[in-house]
Design a protein around this ligand. Structure first.
Ligand code: SAH
Length: 252
């Protein structure tokens, strides 16, 4: 069941190509982002810091992963705006500020690299790439085959051997990689699936959007929920309102 990203041997000649290197083999550098996307990304990181992201490891990861390569080339020039963007099949890549916020919550103030992390909702693979900088292993599961394949293509040229892409129903977690130091969901349901709690290590932390009624809020609004698994039991913390795509069961 464990599928590792199948990084093919470099296509002859591609590895030696002069800059700009292609986002995905065969696709040219998108127009509109300029040759130095690093400067644009640095501005995005400054904005993230201004929004309150403090974790230097998270900011460094956000500075290093080229978000514009994970979206359609027609949207690449919006790649560093703080907005979610369509990635196909009715799904979206999360806003950079939300990715950074959730990663910061997951790390919980520790500067050390996390152990194994499970991500539910690979989408285009962007958040998995960010997490790969912060955790020893990232298991990322997606229920839509088309997006699972897209993430695989997006990540191929990045050569991230610690990212493991899985196709299946993330509501069941991924027991083979458990226990996880961190679990992060990019899709929100009405409750936290029991499998996630089971697969969370003692001392581990889960960050997920949950619809408000389940989180004890009066409204049905989605909120960010943090669950800490401690020796004394589970500790739930309800945070700000968020807008994630729905968590759905099964896979297609
Ligand atoms: N982290 C992603 C965000 C993708 S949007 C990125 O960086 O692009 C959330 C994703 O969750 C969607 O692709 C959706 O198909 C997926 N999803 C929803 N329910 C799921 C489930 N039960 N298991 C796995 N993936 C699921």
């Amino acid at each position: 069941m464990k599928e590792r990203p199948s990084f093919p041997a470099r296509v002859k000649g591609l590895g030696e190509q002069p800059k700009p290197r292609p986002a995905v083999a065969g696709i040219e550098q998108p127009q509109g982002i300029g040759l130095d996307s690093g400067a644009v990304r640095q501005r995005m990181v400054e904005k993230l810091a201004a929004l309150g992201i403090r974790d230097a490891g998270v900011l460094a990861a956000m500075a290093s992963v080229e978000r514009h390569r994970f979206v359609d080339s027609a949207l690449a020039n919006q790649g560093y705006e703080d907005t979610s963007l369509p990635i196909g099949l009715g799904q979206t890549i999360s806003k950079p500020s939300v990715v950074a916020r959730m990663a910061e919550l997951l790390r919980n103030g520790s500067a050390a690299k996390m152990g194994r992390v499970l991500e539910i909702g690979t989408g285009c693979g962007y958040q998995a790439a960010v997490l790969s900088q912060l955790a020893s292993e990232v298991y990322s599961i997606e229920r839509l085959r088309g997006l699972h394949d897209k993430a695989r293509a997006n990540l191929r040229t990045l050569f991230l051997p610690n990212v493991h892409l899985l196709f299946g129903d993330g509501m069941l977690g991924f027991p083979t990689g458990a226990p996880y130091a961190g679990i992060i969901a990019a899709a929100g349901g009405e409750a936290i699936p029991p499998a996630w709690i089971e697969q969370l290590a003692l001392g581990g932390r889960l960050v997920a959007p949950v619809s408000g009624t389940a989180s004890g809020q009066a409204s049905a609004e989605q909120v960010l929920m943090v669950v800490d698994k401690t020796a004394q039991g589970l500790r739930h913390t309800v945070l700000e309102a968020v807008h994630f795509v729905p968590l759905k069961s099964g896979f297609v």
